[in-house]
Design a protein around this ligand. Structure first.
Ligand code: IMP
Length: 428
């Protein structure tokens, strides 16, 4: 997708997350200079398979697996430092040298142990099915203007004083929510003292680094986490994550202006999955749901939870196309459908007997819609070895054409397996 005029591209999930953004970013990163994560945190799990090795990256951008790529974590991310360091250590153990290739925004907020306690306690009543990584409470602190940022580690005495107030407050909330857990100030202070020497050398003005790179005609990939329907503003609220997962979040969360972004690639599975609670209109009934889960290996990369599986939902993807301003689509896991003789595709919904082509704002309404399906013929042949569109069976090409027509955005990539080389680039 890069060309001399298209040097800054956002990659977003256009369903409920887990679409295979990690693989797409890995593929595109071959031609990128910078790869930037801009929202979310350790709730993400981006899987990349290289040869017989599988890497699951939670916070480090998927571009790190390309030796000449520099990776940045933007101000919009809520950073869980201990997880970051274990990720870095595990990459080093597996022969990936990250020295001088990873920087973190000095403006990024930290996720601390008390955030995880609050997340667990509020799950007891809210039952959103969160990943339990403290994401919601960390963003609450950020927007409540009481967060602790990477830059605060430069003045540890101040940070410790702030912590006292935060830990007290967290303990009051825990008591109010009926939790027996308590956060401990000493543990938090020791944690910051331990983190500071390792984190501060990586701290940088990430927005400035991206700006300068773009001025120098370098290629920048902004890597989204989760998916459009989990966006706090545009998703199936309240069954969403706490950040802006849509492309607008890329500018804010990386520290560049929206006019610097030239293209937005939306990643979708050839079917649909969701992990956590909330409506999923095209969820497949047994046995198809289980079959998709088995064939697609649909278990959460972070929590191991089984993902709910269903058919491609064009209403969702049309909506994601609009709210993200998608300029291209990447369809992943086409091979998972290889053995289905018939493949339903949700084209619109029926709500209270009326056709509904747009995403309702009310989550209850989305829970009540009935998908309108059309059935596409399957191809019943393996697609994993296809490297160009012409290698695909006719019915698979027709399926992709239909997804493209229903979504209103051109298909630019098709992924036909987990490996790096199992990708088709569609040249316009
Ligand atoms: P949180 O982001 O942990 O607060 O979880 C809120 C919702 O987003 C839950 O339904 C999670 O399952 C979902 N979620 C968060 N991160 C991901 C992801 O990377 N993939 C899929 N779902 C996610």
């Amino acid at each position: 997708m890069f060309d001399p005029k298209t040097t800054c591209i956002v990659v977003v999930g256009a369903q409920w997350g887990d679409e295979g953004k990690g693989k797409l970013v890995d593929v595109l990163a071959e031609r990128a200079d910078l790869v930037v994560r801009y929202q979310g945190g350790a709730n993400a799990g981006h899987t990349v398979v290289i040869g017989d090795k599988q890497f699951v990256l939670r916070q480090i951008p998927s571009g790190i697996l390309h030796p000449r790529v520099t990776c940045l974590i933007g101000n919009g991310v809520v950073l869980e430092p201990e997880n970051l360091f274990s990720e870095l250590d595990s990459l080093r153990e597996r022969g990936i040298d990250t020295a001088g290739r990873l920087y973190i925004s000095d403006r990024a907020h930290l996720v601390l142990p008390y955030h995880k306690l609050l997340d667990a306690a509020s799950e007891k009543s809210q039952k959103l099915g969160t990943t339990g990584r403290g994401i919601g409470p960390a963003y609450e602190d950020k927007y409540g203007r009481r967060g602790i940022r990477v830059v605060d580690l430069r003045r540890l005495e101040c940070a410790s004083a702030i912590l006292q107030d935060r830990v007290n407050r967290a303990n009051q909330l825990l008591a109010l929510m009926g939790s027996a857990e308590r956060a401990h100030l000493e543990t938090h202070i020791r944690l910051l003292e331990r983190l500071a020497p390792r984190l501060l050398p990586l701290a940088a003005d990430v927005g400035l680094l991206i700006y300068r790179a773009l001025q120098a005609q370098r290629r920048v990939l902004l890597e989204g986490a989760q998916g459009a329907l989990l966006d706090v503003d545009h998703g199936t609220y309240p069954y969403v994550t706490s950040s802006n997962t849509t492309a607008g979040g890329a500018a804010v969360g990386s520290g560049i202006g929206p006019t610097k972004i030239h293209g937005v690639l939306g990643v979708v599975k050839a079917y649909t999955t969701r992990v956590g609670n909330g409506p999923l209109p095209t969820e497949a009934k047994a046995p198809d749901g289980e079959r998709l889960r088995e064939l697609g290996g649909e278990f959460g990369a972070v929590t191991g939870r089984p993902r709910r599986c269903g058919w491609f939902d064009a209403t969702v993807v049309r909506y994601a196309t609009r709210v993200n301003g998608l300029t291209g689509l990447a369809v992943t896991k086409l091979d998972v459908l290889d053995s289905f003789a018939e493949i339903p595709v949700g084209t619109s919904y029926r709500l209270n007997g009326e056709v509904c082509e747009e995403m309702p704002a009310e989550v209850d309404a989305l829970g009540r819609v009935e998908p309108v399906y059309e059935v596409q013929p399957g191809w019943l042949k393996p697609t994993g070895d296809a490297r160009k569109l012409a290698d695909l069976p006719g019915a698979a090409r027709a399926y992709l054409d239909r997804l493209e027509a229903l979504s209103g955005v051109p298909v630019r990539y098709v992924s036909v397996g987990t490996r790096r080389d199992q990708i088709i680039e569609v040249t316009p």
